[in-house]
Write a protein that binds this ligand. Structure first.
Ligand SMILES: C[S@@+](CC[C@H](N)C(=O)[O-])C[C@H]1O[C@@H](n2cnc3c(N)ncnc32)[C@H](O)[C@@H]1O
Length: 311
């Protein structure tokens, strides 16, 4: 409960913010109220600078609501790099020649939430499509372009191995991400027990070996599954993508939401010529490409095919 107001006591910062919020019905990020308790000063200009840098480097659009998140993630980088203020950290990032910190900065600001068989409705659709394609083509090429820690591309590989004769030997899955640390986890292919809960027991047994560590069981992807995958760091903003087409399937799920519409369109315009004429693009549940109907048309359930007439 708010303490009764004393006419003699000056209002604290959080009380003043609460009053302004009440008066204007605005929602302030919680962090603004705790700003005085922060280890490093973080002003609006610092946030604007971060916002511009990550947009230019990775296409990620940060709304003002992300100030708190940006502070806590980058405060860790300040500590690691021994910087005394956000200004010093960002100057070092921008103006030091060959600043090695770009990787740390980008990795800190990406959001990597993922899981095995996330958005499960996609996997039977993928299986059906792969069976059709396997009857027509000897080699099937898939690009999972925001692979995060690997749960998504391994789910794709499990689906292919299960639905195709010969265990999906003809399938190759390129797994890429901008963030080098999640990609290293993906390449390692080892997951704690709570991460593999969504994998049906039979598939878990078939495609993973169980090992014990002092902190609990660990599940490692078996070599027959892993050999379908290759890993590389790719920024979707880069002018060249080291991925060879034609591709049968592109998985680009839950990454476009971080980009603005013009950036999304540019990426979609580059995906289109890489796909086979009957190829498929799988998007995330909240991603719609209605602004790119000249490039892709929806088949429902956030699966897309090439538009009949591309301009
Ligand atoms: C929320 S995760 C989605 C992971 C997975 N696709 C899924 O749906 O479960 C978003 C991923 O996109 C990656 N990402 C963000 N910006 C990127 C960019 N410009 N190029 C490539 N990957 C990017 C992040 O590093 C992160 O791992």
């Amino acid at each position: 409960m708010t303490p009764p107001e004393s006419p003699t006591r000056p209002l604290t910062l959080s009380e003043r913010l609460a009053n302004i919020r009440q008066a204007s019905n605005l929602s302030f990020p919680a962090a603004a109220e705790d700003a005085s308790a922060r280890e490093f000063a973080f002003c609006a200009a610092d946030f604007e600078r971060v916002r511009k840098l990550i947009y230019d480097k990775a296409g990620i659009s940060l709304t003002s609501a992300k100030q708190d998140m940006v502070y806590s993630r980058l405060a860790r980088r300040l500590r690691v790099t021994g910087m005394k203020s956000f200004g010093q950290y960002l100057d070092n990032l921008e103006f030091s020649r060959g600043a090695a910190e770009w990787e740390g900065f980008i990795n800190a600001l990406t959001t990597n939430l993922t899981s095995f068989f996330r958005e499960p409705h996609h996997f039977p659709l993928l299986a059906q499509y792969l069976r059709e394609v396997a009857a027509k083509r000897k080699q099937i090429n898939i690009w999972c372009c925001a692979a995060s820690t690997g749960e998504e591309p391994y789910s794709i590989a499990i689906t292919a191995a299960d639905c195709l004769p010969g265990g999906g030997q003809q399938v190759s899955v390129v797994c890429s991400d901008l963030d080098t640390s999640v990609l290293a986890t993906a390449e390692k292919g080892e997951y704690a027990a709570d991460r593999v809960e969504k994998i049906p027991p039979e598939q878990l047994k078939r495609y993973f070996s169980k090992g014990a560590t002092p902190t609990g069981d660990i599940y490692s992807v078996k070599p027959e599954l892993r050999r379908m995958l290759s890993f590389r760091r790719i920024n979707l903003l880069d002018p060249v993508w080291p991925v060879r087409g034609p591709l049968d399937v592109i998985f680009c799920r839950n990454v476009m939401i971080y980009f603005d519409k013009p950036t999304q369109y540019k990426i979609l315009a580059r995906f289109a010529p890489m796909l086979q004429p009957d190829g498929r693009l799988f998007a995330g549940h909240s991603e719609s490409f209605l602004h790119a109907v000249d490039l892709f048309h929806s088949l429902g359930k956030t699966v897309y095919a090439l538009a009949a007439k591309r301009g």
